[in-house]
Design a protein around this ligand. Sequence first.
Ligand code: HEC
Length: 411
Amino acid sequence: MNPLRKLGLLGKFNLIIAAILLSFFLLTTFLNYQQQRAFILHQAVEKARIIAFEAIRTREYLSIEYQSGGVQLSEERYGLIPVVASNRIGERVAEDLGYRIRQISDRYRNPRNAPDPFEVRMLQRFYQDPSRREIFSITTVDNERVFRYLQSFTADQSCLECHGDPGAAPDYIKRLFPEDLDQAYHYQIGEVIGAASVTIPMDQLYRQIWGNLRLDTLYLGAIFLALITGVSLLIRQAVTRPLGQLGGVIREIVRTGRFEERIPPRGRDEIGALITGFNEMIENLREKTAHLEESESRFRLLTETARDGIISFLANGQIILFNRQAERIFGYSKRDVLGMSIDQLVHPQCPSLHQLGGEAYLRENAGRLLRTTHRLVGRRLDGSAVPLEISLSVADSEGHLFYTAILRETA
Ligand code: HEC
């Protein structure tokens, strides 16, 4: 069975509205999530780009400063080598922010700067297309979803000092990285020499997304809840309450049979029209019923005060009217006799007419019976016989034949 049937109108309305709003809510939340995600990823790219630029600019700045200031680097000042310094500064900053940054190359000088498999693939793409400066994507590293960003470095004149011809490299570089053991020499200008690689854990990004989304969802939920409540109240006020009132009045009228009750008229909407129509219909019915009652009481007065006995019965013999005079003649009370068969009022002594009430008999003999007045012997409640003179008439009410017998006792 349809469970909706048990629900009231307001319940159904509420259910429909809730379903519509919920779909809207889910759709909006989904779209919102998509938007937030796109926004956060965009932000991640921006951040990674800034971190990479910082590293590059730090390196460039230190180089220029050392050159102009005549600062001599050495094994002891290894941490001040521009690439090394910028790398280490970058690492610290990234640590504070929960990111990772490395400067990597597949021809690395320091094994700590060796690329991981993902970075190897990305470096290949930089080699294939040197005009490409950055690559980013979301991947999984050690079962962790991460956002990864790489920005390529190309060798310029300044790099060749330590990455070009090994013979021209500073002594401490040559000592630390002998030509035959190092693979980071022999670069040409414009050649891709490596990349800054930034890694941001996705859960950190998702946390931001959820953080933003939670608030939005909360506001949206509150708005939808207010909407549902508002619409529900409105529907109750405008539709279900007046309909309930209407139902109540109808039940009251059916129960009491009195057409006094009216529903206060309201606006000109459909329900207002329904109520106005209903009130008019009730007024109409009240008038008709009053007329009917009046004519019925007139009719009753007529039959009750008649000097002759009047009995009406249906074609099957069932008695439907029995006036006071008939009560007096037969000794039956109206209450007992209504619904009884007319046969029981005919004395068995009168066999030819005993079947007066029999349907077939009536049909066959109706013509004869109706034309003339008859005499027959009736039977009283106590079984005694009563001689009667009877005249029969027939009427047709809505397709049903009914007979009326007017009878008078004969001496
Ligand atoms: C003063 C010498 C010097 C100069 C100039 C220099 N580098 Fe380096 N470079 C090094 C040293 C030393 C390392 C090893 C760093 C370490 O131990 O982390 C290195 C490492 C690198 C790495 C990391 C991969 C690896 O080989 O370990 C990249 C990428 C890199 N350099 C790029 C550049 C670029 C691009 C330039 C020019 C803008 C440049 N370097 C200029 C000395 C130099």
